[in-house]
Design a protein around this ligand. Structure first.
Ligand code: HEM
Length: 486
């Protein structure tokens, strides 16, 4: 399928460093003395040469655009109004260099900082290292396993309200479910199952900052989406203040014993810890809002697509139901740890391969760099298209098929370490990945023991349901599922 010359060893060199570039240099057509040239625009659409028309196609259907462009080469440039030139890479070697081996040459996109201030998602350097170390205890295996019962309680509480033959918009239902879990487990605040609408809508509004339609507009320009974002953020900050104040009245004597974010932070503050990089009121708020943003829409999307895949593949659904029916009762952390949800685990893994919620990772080049002999200048945006990488036939047989059985131990071991990276990679790999995976497996098992779901929505254009690419790759709103009791 791909006619790319292949970047198998293609390095990203600092331009002018004097290091020779070998692989992939034949792609470049520029100055032979330097061996580098400016990256051409994406080879799509072939008959439309002007950058603004490329941009139009990219904004209309980014999935189709990157599919076509990456079929020709693993690195290409696009141009977007408001953002300018943007390089996209679609090979795991490039991803590995950006996130791991040459990560000092790239920084995170400044959009996150503008939107969320100085939380873990955004800060860089020493402050990032301190924040990561401070938050890590909440996300290590033992802590995460400790959230299992709360997760199952929250899921059960919500699905108990489903009724026979009900039609459900799962994207919206799973949003409520993952907020229930995140608030109860990490933020130590149970949301009302039929209430707390303001908080729920505010959490959703955090994504409105990143609507593709806003890109061309200057950041200061108020739009309805940006207004929703600001109001949502303000509501969540007020809630953070309230929770912090409440917890500060009775802080835990030993912060290492704290089992939620609020108690950890106020405990550290009360203990006089000063080097965590995150204990001012403002930082505490930023942290909460960042975790709410990073931790709910991603899991919502994974669950929605996993339930779609189960609904659309009867043979796989049957094996999944057989596995969850064989459990002694509601799923537990032990069921996960002792391999009793092994097939469910593969369903989740395969869902995150075909439908990675974070389908593209944005970075900015901090210095001039090269990909396959093409120059990417300092300051240019670079996007890693995870969705393409995880559907690359060079790494996955029959790449568009939903096939949980491909995940044998042997296959996992032989796979390029960045060919499957739904949680990113390198030091900034998702801190919440174990939490997310546990939540996904326990949620699916709880739902599967009670209900069977059938998909009633439309067919999409890209081997699956219709998509809505925003900051995460969601299922388009309004796709319904039929609930049947088991
Ligand atoms: C299936 C669910 C999830 C997916 C696919 C996902 C994906 C990712 C990815 C790709 C990154 C790397 C971003 C980058 O390098 O620019 C990331 C970072 C992050 N994620 Fe997740 N995530 C998920 C769930 C969660 C959850 C449940 C939480 C918290 C409760 C969370 C919190 C974070 C945070 C705080 C970061 C920033 C880490 C750092 O920079 O050190 N994520 N996530």
């Amino acid at each position: 399928m791909s006619s790319d010359t292949g970047p198998t060893g293609g390095s990203i060199d600092t331009v002018g460093s004097g290091e020779t570039y070998d692989e992939g240099a034949d792609e470049a057509t520029g100055d032979p003395d330097e061996g580098v040239s400016d990256l051409p625009l994406a080879p799509y659409p072939p008959n439309l040469g002007h950058p603004k028309l490329h941009a139009l196609r990219q904004v209309q259907d980014p999935i189709a655009f990157s599919n076509r462009a990456s079929a020709v080469r693993d690195v290409y440039r696009i141009w977007l109004p408001g953002l300018g030139d943007l390089t996209q890479v679609t090979h795991p070697d490039h991803m590995k260099r950006i996130l791991l081996t040459e990560r000092e040459k790239f920084r995170k996109s400044d959009d996150f900082g503008i939107a969320f201030g100085d939380g873990l998602l955004t800060v860089e350097g020493e402050e990032w290292a301190q924040q990561r170390k401070t938050l890590q205890p909440l996300f290590v295996r033992e802590s995460v396993m400790g959230y299992a019962d709360t997760m199952v309680e929250q899921v059960q509480r919500r699905v108990d309200r489903w009724t026979e033959s009900q039609h459900l918009d799962l994207q919206s239902e799973m949003t409520d479910l993952t907020l229930d879990v995140l608030f109860a487990a990490i933020l130590g605040r149970e949301l009302a199952v039929d209430g707390d609408e303001k908080i729920r809508r505010s959490a959703e509004a955090l994504h409105d900052w990143f609507l593709p339609t806003s890109y061309p507009l200057p950041r200061w320009m108020p739009t309805p989406a940006r207004r929703r974002f600001r109001e949502g953020k303000r509501t969540l900050q007020q809630e953070a203040d309230r929770l912090l104040e409440e917890a500060s009245r009775n802080p835990p004597s030993d912060p290492t014993e704290a089992d939620d974010l609020i108690n950890l932070l106020v405990g550290l503050r009360a203990a006089g810890v000063t080097d965590s990089g995150m204990l001012t009121d403002e930082r505490l708020r930023d942290q909460m809002v960042s975790i709410i943003f990073a931790g709910h829409d991603t899991t919502t999307t994974s669950l929605t697509f996993a339930l779609w895949a189960l609904a659309e593949h009867p043979d796989i659904r049957e094996r999944f139901h057989a596995e969850v029916d064989a459990l002694d009762g509601p799923p537990t952390a032990e069921d996960v740890e002792e391999g009793r949800l092994e097939f469910t685990d593969k369903v989740v893994t395969e869902t995150l391969r075909l439908f990675p919620p974070v389908y593209a990772l944005p970075r900015i080049a901090d210095q001039d760099v090269q990909f396959n002999g093409y120059r990417v200048p300092e300051g240019e945006r670079v996007g890693i298209i995870i969705r393409r990488i995880q559907r690359d036939p060079r790494f996955f047989d029959d790449p568009t098929a939903f096939d949980p059985d491909r995940w044998t131990d042997e296959f996992r071991q032989s796979l390029h370490d960045f060919a499957y990276a739904p949680f990113g990679g390198g030091p900034r790999i998702c801190i919440g990945r174990q939490f997310a995976l546990l939540e996904a497996k326990l949620s699916l098992a709880t739902i599967g023991r009670n209900y069977e779901l059938y998909y009633l929505g439309e067919e999409g254009e890209h081997d699956g349901p219709p998509l809505s690419p925003q900051m995460t790759l969601r299922m388009k709103e309004g796709q319904e599922f039929l609930v049947t009791e088991r």
